[in-house]
Design a binder for this molecule. Structure first.
Ligand code: SAH
Ligand code: SF4
Length: 347
């Protein structure tokens, strides 16, 4: 019998499965706590469960995290791992420690079908969606490592490989499982979903009644330029993306983050900054500028620090709240998709 990956299940599903095995309802919650609260994947340590049930669990479920295939760490403590999936595919996840924050950046897909022209993940094409368990396991991987130091994962951002809203169900289930106070208990306000602008996904997320943060990758203040950078913009034009983001802000009261990758000579001019400010004026918005992370084969350059600063000030001068994402772990190839690419060319 093929064993199910236990992390793919919601608590309600686990309850139904265990009840089907003749177990009382409370057992599922005990198992759930071992896994999601105590990060324990070894049935022999689950001492409050009857021996027979422990054996059944081990036979029925794959009770484990993902294998670490490669690992890098830079001098600031940013850690990046390549995790192996049961079918031989692999994904990247990153831990970014900053003062009192421990942020884990996770992937939602292997590769990405969107193909943004500045993105290493986009360049590798689409392999497959991750399951809910494979998404959550990336967080638990770092949670276990941090526990050794008496620390916890404080924030999760779905900003790794792939487009989360094109793998909506698995992503949402993973985040709800991580959020569930009966287990891992990470607050929804500490979780951010980054989307390239999948309008139906944004609207659906707005209906979930959750407080997740939404980050929308804009990258250009006008349609023509955006289409050159983000192929999916053909399908969901800027105006629709902004309307969907407004609906999300209205439904949740959360401020939207607009991500903007700065590409030298392409979208980093002051005219772009002014147009962006005009677009966002009056919106519950915040801009996160991301200076381009170079990767082999990507035909762009990173703007100078001076240019980034000019762009930032121009937005500020026009009343737009803005931060610049510090480029962490450039030396450990923290731009998405790069560790995987390198690993694949080595083996
Ligand atoms: N697919 C989602 C989430 C993953 S990408 C999205 O596009 O939003 C997360 C962020 O990294 C996006 O804002 C994306 O534009 C940015 N990004 C991708 N490649 C980059 C690069 N080479 N340099 C800087 N940022 C990059
Ligand atoms: Fe996919 Fe996001 Fe990369 Fe675009 S930037 S190709 S949507 S992962």
């Amino acid at each position: 019998m093929e064993r199910r990956f236990l992390l793919d299940l919601s608590l309600e599903e686990l309850e139904a499965e265990l009840q089907g095995m003749g177990e009382p309802r409370f057992r599922a919650r005990q198992v759930w706590q071992w896994v999601w609260r105590h990060l324990c994947f070894d049935v022999s340590a689950m001492t409050n469960l009857p021996q027979r049930l422990r054996e059944d669990l081990a036979n029925r479920y794959a009770l484990q995290l993902l294998r670490t295939l490669a690992w890098e760490r830079d001098e600031e403590g940013t850690e990046k791992v390549l995790l192996g999936l049961p079918d031989g595919a692999s994904v990247e996840a990153v831990l970014i420690p900053e003062e009192d924050r421990r942020t884990v950046c996770i992937s939602a897909q292997v590769g990405c079908p969107v193909g943004c022209v500045f993105c290493a993940t986009g360049a590798m094409g689409f392999v497959r969606n991750l399951t809910a368990g494979e998404i959550a396991a990336q967080v638990l991987h770092f949670a276990l490592a941090l526990r050794e130091k008496g620390e916890r994962v404080s924030h999760v951002v779905v900003m790794g490989m792939g487009e989360p809203l094109l793998n909506y169900e698995a992503t949402l289930r993973a985040l709800l499982n991580l959020n569930d106070p009966r287990g891992f208990g990470l607050g929804a306000r500490r979780i951010t979903i980054s989307t390239v602008g999948v309008v139906p996904g944004i609207l659906r997320l707005a209906q979930e009644g959750r407080q997740f943060n939404l980050a929308v990758s804009l990258h250009a203040p006008e349609e023509g330029l955006r289409r050159r950078l983000v192929p999916l913009a053909e399908r969901w034009p800027l105006a629709q993306v902004l309307r969907a983001a407004d609906a999300y802000a209205l439904a949740t009261g959360r401020r939207i983050t607009y991500e903007y990758v700065l590409l030298a000579g392409v979208n980093d001019g002051l005219v772009h900054a002014r147009a962006l400010a005009k677009l966002l004026r009056g919106r519950l918005a915040h801009v996160n500028l991301i200076p381009f992370n170079p990767a082999p084969g990507l035909p762009f350059e990173r703007p100078s620090e001076g240019q980034v600063e000019l762009f930032r000030r121009e937005l500020l001068a026009h009343g737009v709240d803005v931060t610049v994402r510090r480029s962490r772990g450039l030396r450990i190839s923290a731009a998405c998709g790069q560790l995987r690419s390198r690993h694949l060319t080595q083996v």
